[in-house]
Ligand binder design. Structure first.
Ligand code: C2E
Ligand code: CA
Ligand code: CA
Length: 581
């Protein structure tokens, strides 16, 4: 049921308008429906006293519960919430042609007994209220949707919102004019039209470093520049803080690209600080699509560009929709996933080729979602690494791994170390070492059985420092994905790893040519000279096994032997391998 259907149904069941609205959103606000009714009952009284349509006060409650601030220090959220309330009223007024009082909407005064009698007799409420409810719910849905998409910004870029140049009402007017102009461009079938949305990379930092006044100066400069560049068939608007949109006609791609290049050049002329812009471009294909959808597509392209290292502009592609959907799904569901233990530890065995025996395993996380099924790490890890949630997931896996080690040790199996992945997110401070130590202590296991994998990156002080600490504390350290980056050899020099895990791609490449095989041979020889352990990852074929064995790399992990499997399954396999079954 949609929110509106729910609200209308509640009204039919005899609840008044504010109860119906709050009731429709109760579940997502975390209320059971009875409490929602109780709270919103008082709005009915307010409506009778103050005369304002009860749907509005109820909507304010929904807004407040969803995006109101609760921490007086949280200025950004406070301003955002206030702004949204202001916007809400302006939009409601606009969509209801100015009617915001209950009396105007119903035509009778609900506080007067005689009028109330007419309202009841004529059944005016179920006839006339759904329009106001529909308008309210429509605006609420838009606002909550927008907020959901922006939660991340609140976590990471809170200052952004404090720079707000226009009042909400001015914005609504400007937006209306902007939409009219764009509609005109689109009406002319001969026009090719593009939506270009852009913002400034790390605008928050500019604000933090130089103050909000300076931030305002930057924004004024951008507006001034746009005012000069956007004439005739080109319109712009400041969507919020440092986010702008330009809609323009163009004849050829070159012309469009030239225009964007010109924008960049002009913005570069701001001398006081270097402005890095990020552009998302949507080329209008379907003119009948809703304006908002076109805007959204430019926004999706911009958000994707934000994550790109190589370019600062991207044209919209259909796949962004899917990616954004996945991102939203992950962000909205990750907390429940931890709480409900949807994350599972899978284990992938490591083998000794010569002994043909299991010599360890790597713990790999899987997310088994009750509706969506298996979600693979490549889908969700990059996202939860960005927002820091990876820490929680890793802690969970480390604990599981420790418990597994304990289970094996209790059976006398003390020669099957489990390696866990340590996201780079942990290396910023020392908390992770304490967590690991605690796991080991709590389970009473041997430290040598819990090994740590860290992905090699460009020579990085943070990694070196963290690695030194890990070593001091007596852990075994594996360098993950060796050969996939650039400065592997440098990292070797700086960082005290115990084992190199040869990356799958690196091996595939090396095995493809004679020269490559020679390099591989020497890497193996070098590792031996440096007293480093060696393990080849992603081994899939008999030929690979033969070659690795020939050049002296005895330890392997890969589909050829076994895929990652639920820990229970691995446990059985291990028991068999150790002759305990
Ligand atoms: P990784 O640490 O390099 O893990 C090895 C990946 O290669 C695993 O993918 C594994 O399933 C896959 N693999 C193993 N053998 C083969 C093979 O023969 N052929 C091919 N094509 N692939 C093979 P998975 O489990 O999807 O994990 C992907 C990445 O996600 C991992 O790469 C790791 O970086 C990250 N990850 C997985 N679990 C965790 C975790 O618990 N914590 C953290 N921080 N990262 C994790
Ligand atoms: Ca790994
Ligand atoms: Ca790896």
């Amino acid at each position: 049921m949609t929110h509106l259907e729910k609200a209308v149904q509640l009204q039919r069941d005899g609840y008044h308008c504010s109860q119906a609205i709050v009731g429709a959103f109760a579940e997502e606000l975390g209320y059971n429906i009875k409490d929602a009714f109780k709270i919103s009952t008082c709005f009915g009284g307010g409506m009778r006293e103050g005369g304002i349509c009860g749907c509005i006060t109820a909507s304010f409650m929904v807004l407040g519960m969803s995006l109101g601030f609760y921490d007086p220090q949280d200025k950004a959220l406070e301003m955002y919430g206030n702004k949204k309330a202001e916007e809400f009223l302006a939009l409601f007024k606009e969509r209801m042609n100015g009617d915001i009082t209950c009396k105007k909407i119903l035509g009778y005064n609900i506080s007067e007994p005689d009028d109330l009698a007419v309202i009841r007799k004529e059944k005016l409420m179920p006839k006339l209220c759904p329009r106001a409810m529909g308008v309210c719910i429509g605006i609420l849905e838009e606002m909550l949707e927008e907020f959901r998409g922006r939660k991340d910004e609140f976590l990471n870029e809170t200052v952004e919102e404090t720079v707000s140049v226009d009042s909400a009402v001015v914005r609504v007017d400007k937006r209306r004019e902007f939409m009219r102009n764009v509609a005109k461009l689109l009406d002319d079938e001969s026009n090719k039209v593009a939506f270009i949305q852009f913002d400034i990379r790390r605008f928050k930092i500019i604000n933090d470093l130089y103050g909000e006044k300076f931030g305002d100066q930057v924004l004024f400069f951008i507006e001034d520049t746009l005012r000069i560049l956007c004439r005739e068939n080109r319109f712009y608007m400041n969507l919020r803080a440092d986010l702008f949109i330009v809609v323009t006609t163009y004849d050829t791609y070159e012309e469009l690209n030239d225009f964007i290049a010109l924008l960049e050049k002009q913005f570069e002329s701001f001398k006081k600080v270097k402005l890095q812009l990020i552009f998302g471009i949507y080329i209008v294909e379907d003119r009948n699509m809703e304006f908002r959808q076109m805007e959204d597509r430019a926004a999706m392209a911009r958000k994707s560009a934000k994550r790109e290292a190589i370019t600062n502009k991207l044209f919209y592609q259909e796949k962004f929709k899917e990616l954004l959907y996945t991102r939203k799904f992950i962000e909205e569901n990750m907390k429940t996933a931890i709480a409900e233990k949807q994350f599972k530890m899978y284990l992938q065995p490591k083998y000794s080729i010569s002994q043909n025996k299991i010599v360890g395993a790597e713990a790999l996380v899987r997310w088994i979602h009750p509706q969506r099924g298996m979600v693979y790490p490549n889908e969700f890890i990059p996202i939860i690494e960005e927002n820091g949630f990876i820490r929680k997931v890793d802690y969970y896996i480390w604990e599981e791994a420790s418990r597994f080690i304990k289970k094996c040790s209790d059976l006398g199996i003390t020669d099957c170390p489990i390696s866990v992945n340590v996201s780079r997110q942990h290396l910023k401070d020392t908390e992770f070492i304490h967590v690991l130590m605690k796991d080991i202590e709590n389970m009473g296991i041997d430290k040598s059985l819990l090994e740590l994998e860290i992905t090699e990156t460009a020579n990085d002080e943070q990694i070196t420092k963290a690695a030194e600490m890990i070593k001091e504390d007596g852990f075994t350290l594996l360098m993950d994905d060796f050969g996939s980056g650039y400065s592997s050899l440098n990292v070797l020099l700086e960082t005290p790893f115990d084992v190199l895990k040869l990356d799958k791609k690196f091996m595939d490449n090396m095995m493809a040519s004679k020269k490559g095989t020679l390099i591989l041979e020497h890497v193996v020889a070098m590792a031996k000279k440096l007293n480093l352990g060696l393990l080849a990852e992603g081994v899939e074929t008999k030929e690979q096994v033969a070659l690795l064995s020939e050049i002296g790399c005895d330890r392997v992990q890969g589909y050829y032997y076994a895929k990652p499997m639920p820990q229970e399954e691995f446990f059985e396999m291990l028991l068999e391998d150790r002759g305990k079954k």
